[in-house]
Design a protein. Structure first.
Length: 474
């Protein structure tokens, strides 16, 4: 029993040594090692100790032979790698030599080019200056042609002269003829009125093919109004663009009528600034935009002005009606209480038996009762006429405060940052004066009508008192 256990222990030890031998020689993953150990244990399960020892000896011989083979292969590879390294170093030296040769050749070529350029300049002489003039003229012509309204009808001309301006060589005879033809074509077309079909960029951004009438290089128009030749913001290409805001109707109507005409003499509109004046119309704010620039102060001034002007017209109509009734009452001896003079006469009839002093006091009392009715609303108009410019001044101060705040934050380099405050300052002043002037005129007119009626009442009352005094003395 002890011998069996001892044999079994030796077998297990040899089996473990057999299994771990490959691990010592080369790294493997644990899963493969465990699988190999299981296979070895299975193979040696039925061997005797002598057989097991012989198997271990054979495996050690095999492993040693494998190790010797690998070592020899490593030495062979190391020799081959050294050879490759030596070859690479030789290649580097060879390429460096070639690089030095190429650099020397480049230096020599540069010297040759400089010498040839100098010889070329000497050979050209004054002709070289002529070429420079031609290129300068071509560059100037390209700038004119590129922004010319005529290019909307004849596109691509700027590329032709641009190639001459950017060329590094001497222009050919054909290029010179093209430059001359382009310049002559530009001059000829400037005197023509032409109808043609071109794409027009509408306000919505859509490009629509329309019939365009061009008047020289000045103005282009369609049946819907004026168009300008400008650079498209999206495509960066020059094209005909519809004005976002058309000029006043008298100009737009003449333009559309001219564009629709097919023969005869027609009245047209020309922008001699080649679009600058039309752009000014676009940039000019309308009434609504002007009012919005006045901000809150401007709205207060406008609201106050509208209410006061309506009140003034109501009072003027009322005074005009009252004045007519008083004038009719002067001609009518029968007193009518529907007008101020009739009510004064009724006061006289009620006190006709009183003394002259008492009658005079009664008539003055009756007139004083009528004066507030005649002067109702006049003080309000006077106050508004005085307050409106002060509100405009308030808006001016507020706008200047905004302007200085913009200067403090952004500096004075960008006028657009200050434009809002300056616009508010100026617009509120204009609105204040615009309200004050008509209100003051209406107040003066209404006050004059009121004073006229009061004067008639006083004249009639004075006449009544005079007649009463004369009758008493008699």
């Amino acid at each position: 029993m002890k011998t069996t256990v001892k044999s079994f222990g030796i077998a297990m030890g040899l089996t473990a040594a057999w299994a771990l031998a490959p691990v010592a020689l080369a790294p493997v993953n644990l899963t493969a090692a465990y699988a190999q150990e299981a296979d070895v244990a299975e193979e040696t399960a039925g061997m005797t100790l002598d057989q097991l020892l012989e198997a271990v000896k054979n495996d050690r011989i095999k492993e040693r032979a494998e190790s010797n083979r690998r070592e020899a292969e490593f030495k062979r590879n190391r020799s081959r790698q050294q050879a490759l390294l030596n070859k690479a170093k030789a290649d580097v030296k060879r390429e460096e030599a070639i690089s030095v040769q190429l650099e020397n050749r480049e230096t020599q070529n540069n010297l040759t080019i400089a010498r040839l350029e100098e010889e070329k300049a000497k050979a050209l002489g004054e002709f070289n200056e002529l070429v420079g003039v031609v290129k300068q003229v071509a560059g100037d012509t390209r700038g004119i042609v590129d922004s010319s309204l005529i290019s909307s009808q004849l596109p691509g001309r700027a590329d032709i002269v641009g190639a001459i301006a950017e060329s590094s060589g001497i222009p050919s005879s054909d290029e010179l003829r093209s430059l001359w033809y382009t310049m002559q074509q530009e001059m000829t077309e400037q005197g023509n009125i032409t109808r043609y079909t071109a794409e027009v960029t509408e306000i919505s951004g859509d490009r629509v093919s329309q019939q365009v009438v061009r008047v020289g290089p000045f103005t282009a128009m369609t049946k819907d109004g004026f168009v300008n030749y400008r650079q498209d913001q999206d495509s960066k290409v020059m094209s005909l663009v519809r004005l976002t805001k058309q000029p006043p109707s008298k100009f737009t109507g003449a333009a559309t009528s001219f564009a629709k005409a097919s023969d005869g003499i027609r009245v047209g509109v020309i922008d001699p600034s080649m679009g600058t004046i039309l752009d000014t119309f676009v940039m000019t704010p309308g009434i609504t935009q002007r009012i919005e620039q006045g901000a809150q102060v401007g709205f207060v001034i406008i609201g106050l002005g509208i209410i006061t002007i309506l009140l003034a017209f109501v009072r003027i109509l009322s005074l005009w009606s009252t004045s007519g009734a008083v004038r009719r009452q002067v001609k009518n001896k029968k007193a009518n209480k529907s007008n101020p003079l009739g009510r004064v006469l009724l006061a006289y009839e009620a006190n006709s038996k009183a003394s002259v002093e008492t009658l005079e006091l009664k008539l003055d009392e009756a007139i004083l009762k009528e004066v507030p009715k005649l002067e109702r609303g006049l003080n309000t108009m006077k106050v508004v006429a005085a307050v409106a410019p002060m509100l405009g001044l308030l808006g001016t101060v507020t706008g200047m405060i905004l302007t200085f705040q913009a200067i403090t934050l952004f500096g004075a380099g960008d006028p657009k940052m200050m434009a809002g405050g300056i616009s508010q300052a100026l617009i509120t002043t204009v609105l204040g004066l615009t309200v004050a002037i008509p209100v003051l005129l209406l107040h003066s007119f209404a006050s004059g009508m009121s004073k006229t009626v009061v004067q008639i009442l006083e004249e009639q009352a004075a006449g009544i008192v005079a007649r009463q005094a004369e009758g008493g003395r008699r």
